[in-house]
Write a protein that binds this ligand. Sequence first.
Ligand code: AMP
Length: 282
Amino acid sequence: MKIIETGAAAHAHAFSRPRQRPSILVPTMGALHRGHEELIRVARHHAGENGEVAVSIFVNPLQFEPGSDFEKYPRPALEDEKICRATGVNLLFRPLASEMYHGDQSVCVDETALSSALCGASRPGHFRGVCTVVAKLFNLLAPDAAVFGEKDYQQLAIVRRMTRDLNFKIEIIGVPTVREADGLAFSSRNQYLNTDERAQATLLRRAALAGQQLAEAGETSAEKLIAAAKQVLAAGKSTRIDYVNLVDSETLQPLTVLRPNALFALAVFIGRTRLIDNLRLA
Ligand code: AMP
C-alpha cells in the first residue's frame, strides 16, 4: 500500500497512473469502521483486481462549524492504516491540513439548493466545507469514480450535484448504510457514546421504522408520520431532536403528504453526540 501525505505527491501519483488502470476513491475522515470497509469493498468491485482503490483520510476543518467536535474527533492513524492494508487498499492519502489549505485560501465551492435543508440548516457552512474538500480531492487524485455512503444522504446528493454542475468526469457511487445488529448505523461518532447513550442510540432507527410502519398502514400525512417517529425518540432520557423530516429524496424539500421517493431523515442528539440516519419510505 502506498501512503501519500502531500498534495504534490498526490498529483504526481495521479497523473502518472496508466490511463487504462481505473482508480476509485473513498473519501473519509478516518476512525474507520465497517461502514467504511463496505465502501472500500464496493470500490474494489468497481476498480477490478488490477485497478486502484484509494482511500483519503482527512479530518476537514472547513466542514466543522465553530464549537463542534473538530478537536476531539478520533484520529487513530495506526489502526486506520492497518484496516486499509487488511482491506486491500492500494493508496492511502492522508494529508496534513497545511497541505490542503493555504492560510489565505479564498475560494470555496458552494452548493445553493440542496444545502439549505436538513443538516445544512443546523450546521451552517458544513456543506461548503464538504464540497470544497471533495472538489480538492477530486483535483488532487483524479479518480474515475468516488464512493459515498447513503448514511450521509444529503452529502451524497450534494456531491452528485456538484459533480454534475462543475463537470467533474467522475462517477459517484452510493452505498447503502451498514448497521450494527441492533440497527444503529456505524459512525465514527458512536464511540463518543457511553453505555447508557449507546442503548438510546438505537432509537434513531426505531423512530424511522415507526414512521415507515405507519406509512405502510396507509398513513400519508407527513405530520403524523413525523409525530410517530418523535414519540419513539421521546422515550430516551438523553435524546434531543435536531430534526425529523419527510423530504423528497431528489430535491430534499419537505413533503406534507407522502409520495413516491420520500425520504425520512433525522438528526438527534444523544447526550452531546449528534447522530443522523435516514430511511427511504417509498
Ligand atoms: P466519514 O468518515 O464519517 O466522513 O464517512 C466517510 C464516508 O463513509 C461517507 O461517504 C459516509 O457516508 C460513509 N459512511 C459512514 N458511515 C457509514 C455507514 N454506516 N454505512 C455506509 N457508509 C457510511
